[in-house]
Design a protein. Structure first.
Lengths: 142, 142, 142
């Protein structure tokens, strides 16, 4: 029988950086009891994003963060969207360059990530936020 | 009962910029009569793209546009793909950095966007074009 | 009847560049016998990615490659993730800026790409690799 199972995931952030959510997504897939199908991960924000990235060595994430810091200035002279602070417009650009949704196949009840992949929520704002992610599983429940 | 509902959305553009399609996607989800599921939005072009972005304050989109204009030169000396004009290769690079498909959960018949999110078609060419977007809804029809 | 059909696609690469997989994805959709639905293409790697891009004129892909080479240095002084060679950290950044998953509608058994679109695996490492892609089709089998 084909089923749909939707759940919400709230992630509390403590400033800019990556927060791994792989285990939380896998837990929702387990709850759905769906064996073969797909899981969509969707973030409901425009100053935070999603990224499937190297999860073994944290230096890869540090270097990516530094790359974005060099690429996207905090105080570009031309920024007009500035009322919410100097980290706001860069956060919108960072999310435009990364992901809002990812769709991952599910096989035998497992999200089929590669050996080095983790699912990360990428917080782009400097202060703490509560971020909401919708996880939607669709597929065959045995 | 699980159903699939596919529809086409045509967007006429008047040059480079963002065109909001949120209401048009929601209308197709309503027509599908699907309550719980997912909607995939897919653009059939390589010089226009999709982006879920801040939709409250248009200055955020203006600053993003300016960021891309600075990042991607119109007349890079190394460009060899130039027969269709100087805005053509930049349009391919811009679409490579943004999105071709987005998959959004549907809950109680609503696409579950966050408060500040809108779905935009991002036209990257200078002249008018008719752009085709496929909207595919899958899920439970009560 | 709604069905799920998952298959694996292995792509052998010979260094950095784009490898078209459109026909291979279409073949899996054909095998699934699904008429109306969606296909998710997912790459299980963090130093290679997916991209739906202009497939008619190869110069567009050459210019994109050159753009990334200029944007992302091979030997940034600040890179700390360097144990696997100087092409490793750039490969993670390139995949962060392109795609890990794409979801494409299927209509009458065809993946509904636009006239100029091809699905590419983008290898970002210099040496040969075997890359694994999961293709998951969901939809109505007549």
């Amino acid at each position: 029988m084909i089923c749909v199972y939707n759940a919400q995931l709230d992630v509390l952030t403590k400033g800019r950086g990556t927060y791994e959510i792989t285990e939380k997504v896998q837990k929702i897939v387990r709850e759905s009891q769906i064996g073969e199908g797909q899981v969509t991960v969707f973030i409901q924000h425009t100053s935070a994003s999603l990224l499937i990235f190297e999860n073994a060595d944290p230096t890869a994430r540090m270097d990516l963060e530094r790359f974005f810091r060099d690429l996207i200035p905090e105080d570009a002279e031309y920024f007009t969207h500035t009322t919410e602070g100097s980290d706001d417009m860069p956060s919108h650009i960072r999310m435009a360059l990364t992901r809002t949704s990812e769709c991952i196949p599910v096989i035998r009840g497992q999200i089929c990530l590669g050996s080095w992949q983790g699912i990360f929520m990428y917080e782009h704002r400097s202060f703490s936020h509560s971020r909401s992610i919708i996880v939607s599983v669709i597929g065959e429940r045995p």
